[in-house]
Design a protein around this ligand. Structure first.
Ligand SMILES: [Fe+2]
Ligand SMILES: [Fe+2]
Length: 184
């Protein structure tokens, strides 16, 4: 299994959910009725698929190996760039969750915070994914040793298999589809 190629594919699924978040925000802006409970589904996807499953593989495999094997340039790129952005994404999700709880309780003003935090996450992740697809992954792929790439691919396979047994990929791919159909 090609671990890097798989993560590029996962980016496509994550970007589809980003478009759902954007469409949801647009609905609020248009003054339409929205179902706040759907935001919790989006947050669940972000936390368990985009963050735990996908960022988990970056942090525990590719980025870890790059930091260990490729010297200070790679270490700076990973630590000050990618990992900082993963953390910022987690903060936006906590803020989005808080704002959504308020909105559901009838706080009209909280709608602007839902839009703000949702769109902050949207733009952060768009830029983040573009950097990984266009530069960071390639840097790792071109410079890590063949043995390390093979180790990463083997470990990716184990993670994927365990997740598949729990139905994780299937669950979140279905969730993207469900929300896309609702918010397209
Ligand atoms: Fe990342
Ligand atoms: Fe990524």
């Amino acid at each position: 299994m090609d671990g890097i190629q798989l993560m590029i594919e996962e980016h496509k699924t994550i970007k589809r959910m980003l478009e759902v978040i954007r469409s949801f925000c647009l609905r609020i802006l248009d003054g339409k009725e929205v179902d706040g409970e759907d935001v919790f589904k989006m947050i669940d996807f972000v936390r368990n698929y985009a963050d735990k499953h996908h960022h988990g593989k970056e942090e525990d495999l590719l980025f870890k190996f790059m930091t260990e094997e490729l010297g200070s340039t790679a270490e700076k790129l990973v630590r000050n760039g990618m990992l900082v952005e993963h953390d910022l994404g987690r903060l936006y999700m906590r803020e989005l969750e808080e704002a959504t709880e308020k909105m559901i309780k009838g706080d009209e003003e909280a709608k602007v915070d839902v839009i703000g935090h949702g769109m902050s996450y949207y733009h952060l992740l768009q830029r983040h994914i573009d950097k990984e697809d266009g530069m960071v992954y390639k840097y790792g792929e071109d410079n890590l040793s063949k043995e390390t790439i093979e180790r990463m691919n083997r470990e990716t396979e184990i993670i994927e298999k365990e997740a598949r047994e729990k139905g994780l990929q299937e669950k979140y791919e279905a969730l993207v589809k469900e929300l896309e159909e609702k918010y397209r």
